[in-house]
Design a protein around this ligand. Sequence first.
Ligand SMILES: Cc1cc2nc3c(=O)[nH]c(=O)nc-3n(C[C@H](O)[C@H](O)[C@H](O)COP(=O)(O)OP(=O)(O)OC[C@H]3O[C@@H](n4cnc5c(N)ncnc54)[C@H](O)[C@@H]3O)c2cc1C
Length: 383
Amino acid sequence: MTHPQRTSPRIDAAVIGGGFYGCMLAVHLRSAGAKVTLFEKHDDILTRASHTNQARVHNGYHYPRSLLTGLRSRVNLPRFVAEFRDCVDSSFEKIYAIAARHSHVTARHFVNFCTRIGAPVRPVGPRIRELFDPRLVEAVFAVEEYAFDAVRLREAMWARLRAAGVDVRLAADVRRLAAHDAGGLRLECAGVPGGESWVADRVYNCTYSQLNAVLARSGIPPIPLKHEITELALVRMPEKLAGVGVTVMCGPFFSCMPFPSRGLHSLSHVRYTPHTSWHDSGATVLDAHRLLAESPRRSRVGLMVRDAARYLPAIAGCRHVESLFEVKTILPASERDDGRPILLEHDVGLPGLTCVLAAKIDNVFDMLDAVPVPAERTERRAA
Ligand SMILES: Cc1cc2nc3c(=O)[nH]c(=O)nc-3n(C[C@H](O)[C@H](O)[C@H](O)COP(=O)(O)OP(=O)(O)OC[C@H]3O[C@@H](n4cnc5c(N)ncnc54)[C@H](O)[C@@H]3O)c2cc1C
């Protein structure tokens, strides 16, 4: 008896990875007329780095050593706020303090930088100044920076995906990519009901810490990337600090930011937040998700609080609720100036395969502006 041969569904574009970047890209391509399927290995979208992060809607202040990253955040924040107003928390006072010792920037440098990128910055009054130890903190500024609610952002993305008509496949782990005999790329998926193999004209790998894992399984050399297993401590702040977000910079210092989806603050410390780090290079590619799942989760919140309290004594009264762990992935070159450029590379190992390494949440628009919309679709739309 012969079995009828199963044909693979054919689509214009496959987006791998249902984080914020993959979802935004899928909607963008679909809105241009392409038939798009989004593949996400977990049971929901925005559960990985797009959920577990400091929730800062960047306005540039964080990057005094990288003019480009600062400027792009400054340009993109108003667009993000306009498009995702319901997801943005602007109800707190945002404070940047410059450490007096071991800082990569001085207060004068910081103010010059803010002026250059057009980011508002003003000195604080005594109520805020007195929160800091004057021996360790050179200057304290009030700025305009917000936090986003990652759960609301997930809901907003679901609404956009549905409205655009993107075909979303959850629990769909893309294992391998290969050139297809009749043109385009074949994707082999684990866990997709109704078929394990798909053919797409173009494939967009938006898997962040898994970018190279997908490439390696497809026999494609890795993109040089650095990964860190990071701890984000969620804490309840003492009353004095409940309505503020504080960043002490620039070097081995800390941030405490509102984490709106939980009604808590996140605490992160440049020295204690990264627990382990490694580079993908040559033939060595570790599966970052697996490594994280197998790693011990011993919190360093005590060390974070102890050091932060030297600068901001009231933080000693915070209560640790839990810690979230996630892999942070950056370009090795970013270590020089702490910049966060987006990586967008076309035809990586296979014609039609685009790889995206995301950066700041609000800089997603830079990626969308740089991704060419398939030509024939543009013509169809224009007709
Ligand atoms: C600790 C930390 C703090 C940060 N703080 C901030 C901040 O305050 N502000 C800011 O703007 N940015 C911050 N960032 C950066 C920002 O969170 C990320 O750049 C961004 O969320 C990445 O989005 P993404 O969609 O590319 O990745 P993700 O959200 O990680 O999405 C990738 C998706 O791909 C899926 N996937 C992986 N492999 C496969 C596969 N084989 N098949 C199918 N699906 C797959 C994953 O399950 C995941 O859902 C932070 C990041 C970290 C880790």
